[in-house]
Design a protein around this ligand. Sequence first.
Ligand code: PLP
Length: 461
Amino acid sequence: MSTLKIGNVCVTDLTKNFQTPLYVYDQEKIEAIIDLFTESFQSSQFKTKILYASKAFQAIEMINLVAEKSWGLDIVSGGELYAALQSKIAVDKIYFHGNNKTYQELDFAFQSRIKHIVCDNYMELIEISSLANLHQQKMNISLRLNVGVEAHTHEYIVTSHIDSKFGFAFESEECRNCLNLINENEFLKLEGFHSHIGSQIFDMKAFYAAIDKLIVYLKEFPDPLTLNIGGGFGIAYSQQDNPLKIETVLKSLIEYVEITLKQHELKIAELIIEPGRSIVGEAGCTLYTVGYQKVTPGRKYYFVDGGMTDNLRPSLYQARYTCDIANRMDEEKTEKVTVAGKCCESGDILIQEALLPPAKLGDVLVIYTTGAYGYSMSNQYNRHVIPGVVFVKDGQVKEVIRRQTFADLIQQEVIGGQTFGQLVSQKVTQGQASAQEIRHKANQGSDFRSYITYEVIENEC
Ligand code: PLP
């Protein structure tokens, strides 16, 4: 029986130590991709900057990884800002996005002394302007523009029909009002324009179409501005996906911007991208335990101990994945099965059709490429606990986020004016019970060796 190793760690060791479901990240892979992005996104004509779009997977350890490589961070909420502030990222490298940042979130941003806000609409800018006055604090503002290019996977469309909830047209009254307000407020500075045209983009022409639009807008402004062309670089979830090499994508983007600027005799201060999925997507996988099986007239099901709670993407937008039985890597794949989760929703299907070997109760099923928008979209539907996250590198396993306990699920429930969490800590303090008696013990950390590229070993761990 061959077992999948991620690095030098048998996945069966990981599941024993951290339970399932479990998100496993290949740290070396993340670091390598960060370096590849940094090397490939350089220009001799303008400054470049990369922000990690942390919505793809936000954990303090993950933010630290990008901080160590001098990247910036894209955040979209007060919660993401709060977590970022606990990490090593410098506050002036945080860019605050989002279409409906609340007054409280914006106030928190000013109090935290962040320096960059990507503004999504005029009403938001009015709040930002009054907060800048209140705090007597400077703020660099980028305007999120809707350039009328929509790209998803293999296709893109250019449209004059601009109805997205994000951004506004450069030609719109909304944009004029924003530019005027920035001019009028001594604390606000127009940093530049931002556009994010979609996700899982495979066609460079979509990016080029957006760049063409953005660069023309610069003509109105005497000083060089910053262009932020967003994220959206496609990755391979299955064999149907065939993305270009990321170094080719990035170098082509730089070249296209350089040439287009030259054609228009324009300069920019800086070119920014903000990748999320392409940084963490392929470096992460999820381990599950196979539960019961069921044969219906139309299909055979393998049920696993997670589902739409740890990976919402298949039910949300029919995302496709590939998988293996991680402790039967050498066995013939004779079973065409549907991998279904344990949530009370018929749509809780992780993989509609997978070819796998015959599996037994307790086997480990691995779903690949779950590193982006997996953990970050996880939820507690049916009171399932949020799984743990581990990073594996150079023979080390680092527990990055601990699996929730049942007690965590009711921590904030109020009983007689106090939260369950408060009651627990009081009981512990008063010696009426030990924390262990009340809480389920969370996963135990471990420091056994591992190395993080997928490989298969010839025996059982
Ligand atoms: N920037 C913005 C404004 C986004 O909305 C997103 C994703 O939704 C990203 C960056 C990251 O996109 P991706 O993870 O596809 O690279």
